[in-house]
Design a protein around this ligand. Structure first.
Ligand code: ACO
Length: 330
């Protein structure tokens, strides 16, 4: 679908990761794994772990506060807050309502969005569309995740992959540059079983049995997810570029969901992109799901990796299955 939302641009970003660092060597003491296996199979060296008092909204609040400070936008100017998370504070109320109160976003309309690791780019596009079709001027989207509470710390297949963190992006009307110029999104529910937390919802409510069977932890068919991720991120990026008559050669910086270095290298290869054009920070944080792209975007900006006029492409995949790409002219 052709689209050019010319008036709305990114005005600020911010992120927060918990202080506690868990290295691969720390994991060696918990499960049957090695630093060597984790580094060579995933690229991850360490991840952050929230402390027991921190909820998803606390991480979101800290990331949101940094974005507000970076933009000098007063909290009451935010008209819309969308939080993408797989593990909200509660089933309800939404984590965005809790975060709204903590941040003092007194005029914001709030809701959560569920699209797993694709959640932040889905949210960015939803927020942009809502601004475009309303009198709202300013929106904040936050990806915030506490994966350390939904992985089974006895399951080496999954617990080594994930980390906790939050990243925020603020968009505003009447901006010059930093605009979404194209997008491509997709979903395929036939792959829902490849990545899921089986219990705790309406299908399998919490019971002694679900707890004993560890059904509240993430279950994943890693190899199938791996193949899907490589294909869908590449297809999505190419289609989103094609919509605005751009090609992979036009990409100045690709900011992909930070899941596995081997996935990112395969994507780079298929897109014929030198690895320097791929933002990579997964070695420090692991896979932070919906938080990963906003965190990587904020770091890319602060590291001076993005210049005025650059074509920046965000792309993600996640449970659902969901995937997508957003093209931004900076
Ligand atoms: N340490 C040591 N050995 C391990 C570990 C570990 N942490 N985990 C698995 N192994 C072993 C396996 O048991 C297997 O042993 P075997 O050959 O004796 O059976 C061997 O290592 C190879 O296992 P594979 O599963 O084949 O390893 P693979 O190369 O596929 O890598 C991985 C696994 C890293 C999970 C990869 O498949 C992957 O990254 N998949 C994508 C996962 C992903 O991105 N998930 C997030 C989705 S986003 C969201 O929405 C949450």
């Amino acid at each position: 679908m052709k689209n050019s939302h010319n008036e709305i641009g990114i005005v600020g970003t911010g992120f927060y990761v918990p202080e506690k660092i868990m290295t691969n060597y720390d994991l060696e003491k918990i499960v049957d794994t090695t630093d060597e296996w984790i580094r060579t199979r995933t690229g991850i060296e360490e991840r952050r772990i929230a402390n027991v008092e921190e909820a998803t909204s606390d991480l979101a609040t800290k990331a949101g506060l940094k974005a507000l400070q970076n933009t000098n936008i007063p909290p009451e100017e935010i008209d819309l807050l969308i939080i993408a998370t797989h593990f909200p504070d509660y089933h309800f109320p939404s984590t965005s309502c809790i975060t709204q109160n903590k941040l003092g976003l007194t005029n914001a309309v709030c809701f959560d969005l569920s699209a797993a690791c694709s959640g932040s780019i889905y949210s960015l596009f939803v927020a942009e569309s809502m601004l475009k079709n309303s009198n709202y001027n300013t929106a904040m989207i936050i990806g915030s995740e506490i994966f350390s509470r939904t992985v089974d710390w006895e399951d080496r297949d999954t617990c080594v992959l994930f980390g906790d963190g939050a990243g925020a992006i603020i968009i505003k009307k009447d901006q010059i540059g930093k605009k979404i110029i194209s997008f491509n999104f997709g979903s395929d529910g036939s792959g829902a079983d490849l990545l899921k937390i089986p219990a705790g919802g309406s299908k399998l409510p919490t019971s002694i049995k679900t707890l004993e069977q560890k059904q509240h932890f993430i279950k994943m068919e890693g190899k199938k997810v791996y193949k899907f991720a490589k294909k869908m991120m590449v297809d999505s990026v190419i289609q989103a570029l094609d919509e605005v008559d751009l090609t992979r050669k036009d990409i100045d910086l690709l900011i992909p969901h930070q899941a596995n270095i081997r996935i990112l290298k395969a994507v780079a290869k298929k897109l014929h992109l030198p690895i320097e054009k791929i933002m990579i920070n997964l070695e420090k944080y692991g896979n932070t799901s919906a938080a990963s792209i906003p965190i990587a975007l904020d770091e890319a900006i602060s590291q001076g990796k993005i210049n005025k006029g650059d074509i920046v492409v965000l792309t993600a995949f996640g449970a659902g299955l969901t995937w997508g790409a957003i093209v931004i002219r900076w």
